[in-house]
Design a protein around this ligand. Sequence first.
Ligand code: HEM
Length: 457
Amino acid sequence: MNDQHLTFHKWSKTFGDVIGLRVLQKSIVVLNSEEAARDLLEKRSVIYSDRPRFPMLEVMGWTSGSLVFLRYSREFHETRKIFQNQLSRQACLVYQENQARQAFILAQNLLRCPEGLEAHLQRFASSVIMEIAYGHHITSEDDPFLRMAEKINELTAGVGPQGSNIVDLFPILQKLPEWFPGAWFIRYAKETYPTYRHMRSYGFDEVRKEMANGTAKPSFVSLNLETLAREGSENEYELERLKASAFSLYGAGTETTSSAVHTLVLALLLHPQAQRKAQEEIDQVVGSGRLPDFGDRESLPFVECLMYEALRWHPPAPLGVPHQLMEDDVYKGMFIPKGTTIIANIRSMTLDEKLYRDPDTFFPERLLPQPAGFGEPYPDCVFGFGRRVCPGRHLAEASIWIVLATLLAVFDIRPIKDEYGNDALPPEEFHTALTTHPAPFKCSIRPRSDKAKSLLL
Ligand code: HEM
C-alpha cells in the first residue's frame, strides 16, 4: 500500500502512461504522465472535476463539508470561491508576517532541542494554519489546538492513501458491527470520529465567543462570519459549511507542508554540496547580520530551485487526490466510462525521463535556466490539476521557502557519527499514508557560527 505510486510508475513502463484497472467492479484510470493529466483533468476539466466517495474517511468523520472531498456541485463552486479569494497570491501576502514569525520560532526550537525535528515541523505547519483559520496563536507546547492537531495526525497516519483502504474498496463494510472479527476499521473510526468532530467545532466556537467579546483576531472564520452577518445569510447551512471549510484548511495544509519541509531537511543532509551552495547564495545576498525575509526571495534563485527540486524528488502527495469522471469519454482510442476514478500519479510525472535527466537524483541545478543548469521544468504537477488544483499552493510555497531560507542561514545540517566516528547517513526511505514523509532519521542541526546563533536569541 505504501508504494502504490511506484508500482503504477513501474507498470507505466510496460503498459503506457494511461493505465485502466478494474478493481472489484470499480473502474480506475491511472495517469502517469503530465501530458495525459493536463489533456484530461485540465482541458476536459468540465467532466473530470468530480470526486469519488472516500468511505473510510467518511466513517472517520473527516470528509463532511470539506472542500477536498466535495462532489462537483454548486456547493463545491461556492466553497472553492471562498478558498480562492482568501488564498490567492495577493491575499497570501498578509500571512507572511505569521509565516516568518513561525519560522523563527521553529529555528529557536531546533536550537534548543535539535532532536525534536519532526515535532517542531508539525508545530510550525499547524501554527501557521491555526492562525490563518482561527486567528489562534499557539504559544506553548500545551496549547489545546496543538494537542488536538497531534492526535489527528496520529490517527490519519493509519489510513493509507485515499481510496485504497479496505472500506474504500468494499463500502458495505462500513455497516459491520465493531465486534465483527477483523473489523478493526470500525473500532478505529469510532475512536477518530469524535476527535475530528470536536476539533472542527472547537476552533470555530472559540472564534464566535471571541467575536462576541470583541477580542477576535482577523481570520478565515471571523472574516467569513462578518460577511455572512453583513449579507444576512448566517443560517445553519452556511455556518456548517464555514466550520468544515476552516477545518479543511487544517486537514489539507499541515501534513503536506510539514512533509515538504521534512523532505527538504533530508535532502540537505544527503546533499551537502547543495546545502553549501545555497548557504553561499544567502551569505552573498542577505549577509550574516540578519535573517532572510520574503523581500530576498527573488534574489535567491538557487534556494528557489532547491525548494522545487525537493518537491519534485519526493512530492508530498504522490497520488494527489482522486478525481471522478462525470460522463463517458474516449482518450487516445481508450473508452473511459462515466464514474471512473481518475488517479493522477504525480510521483510518476516527476520521475518522467522525458522531462528530467536521471530523475531519481536530487539535483537542484536541473531547474536553473541554461547554461547555469539544465532548464528543466518546475514540477507544477505536485499541486494537482484543473478545477481541483490546490488552492493553498501560494501559502504552502511561502511557508516552505521561509523555513528553508531561515534554516540555511542559521544552521549546518550534518550527519551524526556512528560508533567508529564515520558519518552515519540515513537511507532515502519514505513512508506514505495520506502524504509522504521521510522515515524518521537522525542528524546534527547546529548553528553555523556564534553570529548565526545570536540571530535567534
Ligand atoms: C506542499 C504543500 C502542498 C501540496 C504538495 C499540496 C498538494 C495538493 C494536491 C495534489 C491536491 C489535489 C489536487 C487535485 O485534485 O488535482 C490538493 C488539494 C487541496 N489543497 Fe493542497 N497541497 C499543499 C498545501 C496546501 C495548503 C497549505 C492548503 C491550505 C491551507 C491546501 C489546501 C488544499 C485544498 C483545500 C485542496 C482541495 C481542493 C479541491 O478539491 O478543490 N493545500 N493539494
